[in-house]
Design a protein around this ligand. Structure first.
Ligand SMILES: [Fe+2]
Ligand SMILES: [Fe+2]
Length: 207
């Protein structure tokens, strides 16, 4: 099925919103006690939340590309819905970065383009593989966020509350994609996905 002009305009619009930060959360950010952070802790929180913001930029790109290439209208609706839920994560991490006096990654256009390309490939391989890709991505993100709960300063309650809620949402996204018929991906593909996300997370920590 060829994407219509409307689809393409919608896709371009979503990319611009994601990259410009013109995003609004449907749910308020999880509440947390006020934090007690020294400068070093604040910088570490900023770096970790920048990584998480990049992850959400990539999630937007993946879901947009997979919605565009999905064969069935049901899958497309599902991908669109997931992208909307990920928008909460995108908005929360961006706002948290601002609160910490930090900034998003300079390489966001690059991350977005790369993830969009990967999403197009996954989408081309058919709906079951595409859903399987969602399952694996969300599981890896869930593990990654779990690691951040160890690395975030203990006093950064606001960042921790956001990461905790995101982790729960990503687990739900993985379960839903699996229930919808997601195929399990071969080990080398899963390994490649881990390698790609490691490049992204190490770079985004600084840039
Ligand atoms: Fe997310
Ligand atoms: Fe997710």
């Amino acid at each position: 099925m060829m994407p219509s002009l409307d689809d393409l305009i919608g896709t371009a619009d979503a990319a611009l919103r994601t990259l410009s930060g013109a995003v609004h959360a449907a749910r308020p950010a999880p509440e947390a006690r006020a934090e007690v952070l020294d400068d070093r802790e604040r910088r570490r929180s900023g770096a970790l939340m920048r990584v998480n913001h990049v992850g959400e930029v990539c999630a937007q790109a993946l879901y947009q590309a997979q919605a565009l290439t999905s064969r069935s209208p049901e899958l497309r609706a599902r991908m669109d819905q997931a992208a909307r839920e990920e928008t909460d994560h995108l908005a929360w991490t961006l706002r948290r970065l601002e609160e910490l006096g930090d900034r998003p990654s300079w390489l966001n256009p690059l991350w977005y383009a790369g993830a969009f390309g990967i999403g197009l490939v996954a989408g081309q391989l058919g709906d079951r593989i595409s859903l399987g890709f969602v399952v694996e991505t969300e599981r890896q993100v869930e593990q990654h966020l779990d690691g951040h709960l160890d690395r975030l300063p203990a006093g950064d309650h606001a960042s921790r509350a956001i990461v905790q809620q995101m982790k729960e949402d990503e687990a739900r996204h993985a379960d839903a994609a699996l229930a919808a018929g997601g195929a399990s991906l071969p080990a080398p593909v899963r390994w490649l996905m881990r390698a790609a996300s490691r490049v992204m997370t190490t770079t985004a920590y600084r840039l």
